[in-house]
Design a protein around this ligand. Structure first.
Ligand code: SIN
Length: 483
């Protein structure tokens, strides 16, 4: 394995449980750009997951009882170490995930921003006092860490989805067992090493790799786990929710989307095209907030399609570490098969391929960035998230029509629209059934705002001061006899 790392120790092949690196390297982690083996990681199951949970349970009280300032200092050091190792982490991420190096560097900074933000917030977990209805008494409402948390994280953001879940929980005093996606465990393990170096006590952050079903079952059913956080498909989210019901755990779910991107006739065309390229093609279309449906009003439709297709066709495809590449490979063969199925189905039902529409000549899981027009709601890509580099363009006439179309899905994670009309901006933002709305903006995620969806796109919020609330329980204390 020949990754050029300044700190080779970041490339781990064991799991982190109770402050020890354990397990036999077994499951192959490969580079989606060329299929080469990068490393191997343990294939852990129920037994090791339980050990990690018990370690997190032992670590909980001492960690939660530390002064907020002490937890903040550890998180702050973790943030600094992540940024100091940004380049290495980005190289590991690009190698196992495929995203272009510039995007990987951006994700490392994005991941670090959650750690920095919650290091600051750790000192501001305020409670309240409530006027008591009883004489000589006071009501105090205090916030307490919920306990041991389990996090199941996805392959599309191998670093940021870990820190966005763990940093707020760690800040308030929770401890964690993390299961990264099997395609991308190396970034997670590298983050674990840096957490250890930052002074995170043994058992506070545990990372297990291996059998998703066995690990997920223990995480959702073990009575010591009080919260399960998951980013991934709605189908798996529902399963985890059902399993978590047996011990009435809190669930925090960031699930699938089917994001609309609406361009009104009065939009700034250049800004809308640039926004659509980002909202659709970031991470090769493999983000939960990537637009899945582009609705363009009739008066601007043809001009938009021409400029958009030109920009899409100009995107350089290749291995993520090659100069100038903005589109890497898809994560694996299943992802490629889904993209192909959607394009073939759309074509068979009358869609027009404006650019792309086929595998890329580089082979493997590379797919040519694609723009389709003449798309309708009967097509598979309208009902399901494509999660790939395919832009499906619909033509619409009126605001009422596009709102009906945009909202006609069980999902509601992100929505975007472009307009210069201020009244319309407020009206449409109010009407879209979505947890997040970008108005003349195509990137929603940041550390200060609450990220999350409505309807079948999830429960709870990650990021910002709201993200903390998932990890605390309110305890109401009635202080009597104060006469
Ligand atoms: C996701 O795709 O789940 C996360 C995207 C983001 O944080 O911007």
């Amino acid at each position: 394995m020949t990754l050029p790392l300044a700190k080779p120790a970041l490339l781990r092949n064991q799991c982190l449980i109770d402050g020890k690196w354990v397990g036999t390297p077994a499951g192959v982690v490969s580079n989606p750009a060329n299929g080469a083996e990068l490393s191997r990681v343990p294939e852990f199951g129920a037994k090791e997951t339980e050990e990690a949970i018990l370690a997190a349970e032992r670590a909980f009280k001492p960690w939660a009882k530390k002064q907020a300032k002490e937890r903040a200092a550890v998180l702050r050091r973790w943030f600094e170490l992540i940024m100091a190792n940004q380049e290495d982490l980005a190289r590991i991420m690009t190698a196992e995930q495929g995203k272009p190096l510039a995007e990987a560097r951006g994700e490392v900074a994005y991941a670090a921003s959650f750690v920095e933000f919650y290091a600051e917030e750790a000192k501001r977990i305020y409670g309240e006092t409530v006027p008591s209805p009883f004489p000589h008494s006071k009501i105090i409402v205090q916030k307490q860490a919920i306990g041991v948390c389990a996090a199941i994280t996805p392959w599309n953001f191998p670093a940021a989805m870990i820190t966005r879940k763990c940093a707020p929980g760690l800040a308030v005093g929770c401890t964690f067992v993390v299961k990264p996606a099997p395609d991308t465990p190396l970034t997670a393990l590298a983050l674990g090493l840096l957490a250890e170096e930052a002074g995170m006590p043994p058992g506070v952050l545990n990372i297990v790799t291996g059998d998703a079903v066995a690990i997920g079952k223990v995480m959702t059913e073990h009575p010591a786990v009080r919260l399960i956080g998951f980013t991934g498909s709605t189908g798996v989210g529902k399963l985890l929710m059902r399993q978590a019901a047996s011990t009435v755990k809190k669930v925090a779910l960031e699930l699938g989307g089917n994001a609309p991107f609406i361009v009104f006739d009065d939009a700034d065309l250049d800004a809308a095209v640039a926004g659509a390229v980002i909202a659709k093609f970031r991470n090769m279309g493999q983000t939960c907030v990537c637009t899945n449906r582009l609705f363009v009003q009739a008066g601007i439709h043809d001009r938009f399609v021409e400029a958009f297709a030109k920009a899409v066709a100009a995107m350089k495809v290749g291995p993520g570490d090659a100069e100038g590449v903005v589109q890497g490979p898809l994560i694996n063969a299943n992802a490629l098969a889904k993209v192909e199925r959607h394009v073939e189905d759309a074509r068979a039902r009358g869609a027009r391929v404006i650019t792309g529409g086929a595998r890329h000549s580089l082979g493997g899981t590379f797919y040519t960035p694609t723009v389709l027009t003449g798309v309708n709601t009967e097509m598979a890509l309208s009902q399901e998230e494509t999660f790939g580099p395919v832009a499906a363009v619909y033509k619409f006439e009126t605001e009422e029509e596009v709102l009906r179309l945009a909202n006609s899905t069980p999902f509601g994670l992100a929505a975007y629209f472009y307009t210069k009309d201020l009244a319309r901006a407020f009206r449409v933002a109010d009407e879209l059934e979505s947890g997040m709305v970008g108005v003349n903006s195509a990137i929603l995620g940041n550390e200060v705002a609450p990220f999350g969806g409505v309807k079948e796109s999830g429960l709870g919020r990650e990021g910002g001061r709201h993200g903390i609330e998932e990890f605390v329980e309110l305890k109401y204390v009635l202080m009597g006899g104060l006469n």
